[in-house]
Design a protein around this ligand. Sequence first.
Ligand code: PLP
Length: 394
Amino acid sequence: MSHPNISNQNPKTQASPLGFNKPHFTGSEIKYIQEAISNSKIGSNGVFTQKCHQFFETEYGFRKVFLTPSCTDALEMCALLIDTKEGDEIIVPSYTFVSTANAFILQGAKIIFADSESNSPNIDITTLEALITPKTKAIVCVHYAGMACDMDALLNLCNKYQLYLIEDAAQAIDSFYKGKALGSIGHLAAFSFHETKNITCGEGGMLVVNDERLIPRAEIIREYGTNRSQFLRGEIAQYGWMDKGSSHMPSELLAAFLFAQLECLTKIQSQRMIHWNQYETLLKPLHNQGLIQLPEMSESIKHNAHIFYIICQDKSQRTALVNALKAANINAVFHYNALHQSTYFKDKHDGRKLPNSDKYTDCLLRLPLYYDLTSNDVQRVTSTITQFSNKHIS
Ligand SMILES: *Cc1c(COP(=O)(O)O)cnc(C)c1O
């Protein structure tokens, strides 16, 4: 990539561009795709899909998993599986990706947006009980940056009011809460293997079904509403239309790609963690001086180094910092715009103020974090932030 304008002005000091994200390729992707082609099996549910399913079920204790073409697909399956009907209320954090809400909107649900915690973008559980009505059907929690929500508190609440607990674990592969893998705790969970996530197949996802009772229907919904899976296992003589459903199956080419990534999961995660920890160490002094805020988390969680974010004091400070980083050829990006303020939803929102969602909308900034980053890269980012802070913030 070349940036002629900038480098012409300042050819000597200009550092090479540092992107925000870069997918890591393990080297085995092509080999496994070639294998899928050699098997003459490139549709869904072949050997590589089975290998991926087995990996996740044995490694993380997920009761039953289904690869899907995206996390969005998996969330849409969740909405069907809990029988979302017109007027059902689903509680969702406002600070999240649109799919967390859209999946349920598509089935006619009313979304009730909850605020984030003051010290993390995760859903503020203390605000939830007041939002529950007889129409409430589920709470969807999002493990932001792969950092677990307080699952004990969420489970208690969901048990007390007989609600489904759904984990939007899009960012949370290989993250843990009190030793349990995220995605293994709620009735249902959805993961993403989009190119921006820790492991990827370009576009991809996975539904996790931990509630036994929902497994047979999940299989049917995923395959056009038919019981084709049972037929393919030789359990029935022919298959037919049983229920609502769609095509939520990725091809073997994607599963082959994903399996290559799974084989290197440990290596990918430990490398990301090194970068994450280096960011934390080098930025801690700014945090201690109160200039910026670093991620906070409880002892009971183990995160997956998905995102390194900082919280600026306000929006103008964040804009100035983004520009300072841009001038140093570093691409740092903010994240969600609170959904209760979106063009689509703002007229439907009940008017409650969600100040923490607004704060993260305005103040959260994500720093470059990916496998192929070097220690020098991280240093370059943190020294740029430190210089900026010393000059501009007090
Ligand atoms: C990435 C992401 C999604 C969407 O994942 P896709 O696989 O692109 O559909 C949903 N929710 C959250 C929290 C995400 O980070």
